[in-house]
Design a protein around this ligand. Structure first.
Ligand code: AMP
Ligand code: ZN
Length: 463
């Protein structure tokens, strides 16, 4: 490995070198709670996770990657009170909890595919499929003296873990305020959190399980500790999530995992900054909640949106409005056009030296804490530099674009082959029209089936 991948670690607040114990990087990404459509802010988190993965693979590492699917236990308050988000959505829609979580998991997977996020080999474990592992972990925590019982469930006693809150960002004031509100409960400390919640007396939840402590369901945090340990081992190389996870969810994950393993949960903790609509947060109430499909209606393709995201570093809070998204879309189209034009004008042959310089330039930028903004700038500078471009052979240019695209995931390589046009037969056009109608009706199952049928006939639908 000639280049070291330098990443900002939230825990030590320092840039750290990635140093996996073998050639495999084990990474865990906190996944979606599947009770609603992902908004484009949520999706930024997964483009960021994809950039980590792509960069590791670009540098020659193998990657073992897990993105969990939260299909139980995440309560409306994000803490220990309120309804379960999935059960609430199920009641509202007149569906089962399983129907809700399966539907939104499918939408999430479709969004990942449209954003060209690599999922080969990635595991997407569901919390409801790891109940026994979660119970076993709570039992171990109980044996180690970290757990107490209230009338609502089994709680983690943060005072038994000296390092509690080491990831920082704990909002003492906010939690103290929370304490006032919840003072009636039996928690020892406002930081204590539920590991297992009892089903409310006299009420049958759709999703509940027997446990040594009574019928109920796991708390929101325990799934990540249980599943990461089961699938990736006690210490991860990289753990990612959005910055909102720092104060509570990730501090809690650390407490649960480290009180059992007595080892660091992750060597590097990475957090993606938020994507916000101008200067407000994305929220449903004021109509500023934007889905990937909403962008298409404005003429912004998923890859145009991806280009927009890559213009900023993952740690930089980014604001969007329609204008900035549209200008990213235009820049993306220009980029493809430029690559296509250069490609058409190059001759055969090879000159490894320039290719080597370009590869180094690319590597230096991406290994500097995933500076995708600088990678894009470097790509543009290279494409605009007549001297560099004219001294490249067709093959070397193709290699450079392929390498850059391995990091950025913008389907730049397609611009090298796009002039091979095949006529689309009438039956395929009919299938495509039927799929558009199905999508407009939000019949995703039918739309997916038609996409597969088109694929089987040798054509790919690119939205
Ligand atoms: P959730 O489904 O709410 O658990 O969120 C999924 C992921 O999206 C988490 O990693 C969150 O930290 C992240 N996230 C939520 N809102 C935003 C936002 N506006 N911008 C970027 N990431 C976000
Ligand atoms: Zn998590």
């Amino acid at each position: 490995m000639t280049h070291i991948l330098k990443l900002y670690d939230t825990l030590s607040k320092e840039i750290k070198a990635l140093e996996p114990k073998d050639n495999t990087v084990r990474m865990y990404h906190c996944g979606p709670t599947v009770y609603d459509y992902p908004h484009i802010g949520n999706l930024r988190s997964y483009v960021f996770a994809d950039t980590v993965r792509r960069t590791c693979e670009f540098l020659g590492y193998d990657v073992k990657q897990v993105i969990n699917i939260t299909d139980v236990g995440h309560l409306v308050s994000d803490a220990d009170t309120g309804e379960d988000k999935i059960e609430k959505a199920a009641a509202r829609e007149g569906k089962t909890a399983k129907e809700i979580s399966e539907y939104f998991t499918q939408i999430f997977m479709e969004n990942l595919r449209d954003l060209n996020i690599v999922t080969t080999g990635t595991q997407f474990p569901k919390a409801t499929e790891y109940i026994q592992e979660q119970i076993d972990l709570i039992k171990k925590l109980e044996a180690n003296g970290h757990v107490y019982k209230t009338s609502e469930g089994m709680y983690f006693d943060v005072q038994t873990f000296e390092e509690y809150g080491k990831l920082g960002n704990i909002d003492l004031k906010g939690l103290e305020a929370g304490k006032r509100v919840e003072l009636s409960d039996e928690k020892y400390s406002p930081y204590d959190f539920a590991l297992w919640k009892f089903s409310p007396a006299g009420e049958k939840r759709q999703q509940e399980w027997e446990s040594p402590w009574g019928v109920g369901f796991p708390g929101w945090h325990i799934e990540c500790s249980a599943m990461s340990q089961k699938l990736l081992g006690e210490t991860l190389d990289i753990h990612t999530g959005g910055i909102d996870h720092i104060p509570v969810h990730h501090n809690n994950e650390i407490a649960q995992s480290e009180c059992v393993s007595h080892k660091p949960l992750s060597n590097i903790w990475m957090h993606g900054a938020f994507l916000n609509w101008k200067d407000k947060k994305m929220s449903k109430s004021d109509g500023s909640f934007i889905k990937l499909s909403d962008l298409s209606e404005k003429g912004i393709t998923p890859l145009g949106f991806r280009y927009f995201l890559l213009q900023s570093k993952y740690r930089q809070e980014t604001m969007f409005d329609e204008e900035s998204l549209l200008s990213a879309q235009t820049a993306y189209s220009r980029l493809l056009g430029r690559i296509k034009a250069i490609w058409a004008g190059l001759a055969d042959g090879t000159d490894d030296k320039i290719l080597e310089i370009l590869t180094i330039g690319l590597t230096e930028r991406i290994t500097d804490d995933l500076n995708t903004a600088q990678v894009l700038a470097f790509l543009w500078d290279t494409l605009k530099n007549e001297t560099t471009v004219s001294s490249l052979s067709k093959k070397d240019f193709e290699t450079f674009i392929t390498k850059t695209d391995a990091i950025l995931g913008l389907k730049l390589v397609d611009a090298l082959t796009a002039d091979i046009v095949r006529e689309i037969p009438a039956e395929i056009q009919a299938l495509f029209a039927a799929r558009t109608i199905a999508r407009n009706k939000k019949d995703w199952t039918e739309a997916d089936r038609l996409r597969e049928e088109i694929k089987d006939a040798g054509f790919e639908v690119i939205d």
